[in-house]
Design a protein around this ligand. Sequence first.
Ligand code: PGA
Length: 262
Amino acid sequence: MAKVTRTPLISGNWKMHHNHFEAIQTIQKLAYLLHKDDLEAVDVSVHPPFTDLRSVQTVLEADDIQIALGAQHCHFEEKGAFTGEVSPAFLAKLNVSYVIVGHSERREIFGESDELVNAKVKAILKWGMTPILCCGETLDEREAGATEEKVAGQVRAGLAGVTAEQVGALVIAYEPIWAIGTGRTASAEDAQAVCAFVRATVADVASADAAASVRIQYGGSVKPGNAVELMSQPDIDGALVGGASLVAEDFAGIVQFPSQRA
Ligand code: PGA
């Protein structure tokens, strides 16, 4: 596989936390804590709730903060009778760069199927944004030795009909479900093994070039204390951070992992 440099992407998934006032405060604190060098070494995105997006966009753009705006999900149609849903076109209009798709909470609580996830991946790409496609196994699946089967199935289904070039430019987040919000993290060794497997799956469904350039994040209880070890693994290109992204000091500590690695 060709050796390419992949800029790590650290994404903060705020889930249903922070109203728009709290969101603005968090972004302002982050901007204060992060230096220019920090934001040149890695890519960073924040994914606030929909009601905060416009406020956060305004702060990021007015102060020229080098943090990308992200969303947590979207519908796959541009418009129509879909009460309560948000169009990918509306997100693109707010200069959203990254959209999380197929998070395990959406799959488990809101019944999102692989087919729906695939339709969303295509819609996000169509509107010029980058999908962060999530995959990951439950504890039962892990204990039954079915991790690879689950993850490969989600990756294959999620990327069906997407060109190899598009696959190479998107982001996959490997998030073992048992590690999300539990304080339990996959060991760096285990996380690396599954991320390497995801990369091999991408080589198979798309191309070797796509596999070499696709960014694969690890997610699941990433904290400042474990970020360096996890993100130093060769196939882990960043992190999707939930709980720790809500606190500016903690998220900044994770973003600053390259300087702590030295
Ligand atoms: P966590 O969440 O960091 O709180 O485990 C990760 C996620 O759900 O993306």
